[in-house]
Design a binder for this molecule. Structure first.
Ligand SMILES: [Zn+2]
Length: 149
């Protein structure tokens, strides 16, 4: 795919509904086929990742609450003190501590963990020191300089 020819994908914003409640209230779900390369929305340093759920395991293709801690993910922290959480990955393509430029591939999408189907869960969030922190709403004072562009 050449630059500038992004495929059209369905995007949903939970806004506190469905799976997106509490900390994930402002996360986005991008409906993309499995193994779609995901690129970093902003430059950062990988502070958290999980890549231990493998093909053939029960939580590889999505599952119930028992799969809550089985979603492969990457969380780079950005210079402005926020972070972005990418979840349900089939493959993680970066390592902890690695610097990631904007638009660099960080992983391949999938449906690992609690997922009704293949999609990329992406949330810009405050950095609370954990992999998943409160997601930020575009336009909020704390997100004025973040991914809302
Ligand atoms: Zn989601």
């Amino acid at each position: 795919m050449s630059e500038g020819t992004c495929p059209r994908v369905a995007v949903s914003l939970g806004n506190g509904e469905g799976e997106h409640t509490d900390a994930a209230a402002f996360a986005f779900d991008f409906a993309v086929p499995v193994d779609t390369p995901l690129v970093a929305t902003d430059a950062g340093t990988v502070t958290h990742l999980f890549a231990n759920t493998r093909s053939g395991e029960p939580c590889w293709t999505g599952g119930g609450p028992e799969c809550a801690n089985k979603a492969n993910f990457v969380t780079p922290r950005h210079e402005d003190g926020t972070a972005t959480h990418y979840r349900h990955l089939n493959a993680v393509m970066v390592e902890a501590g690695q610097g990631v430029p904007r638009r660099a591939a960080i992983g391949l999408s999938g449906a690992t963990g609690v997922a009704a189907g293949p999609h990329a869960h992406v949330a810009r969030q405050a950095d609370c020191g954990l992999s998943q922190c409160p997601s930020m709403r575009c336009g909020s004072p704390t997100s004025a300089t973040t991914g809302c562009r």
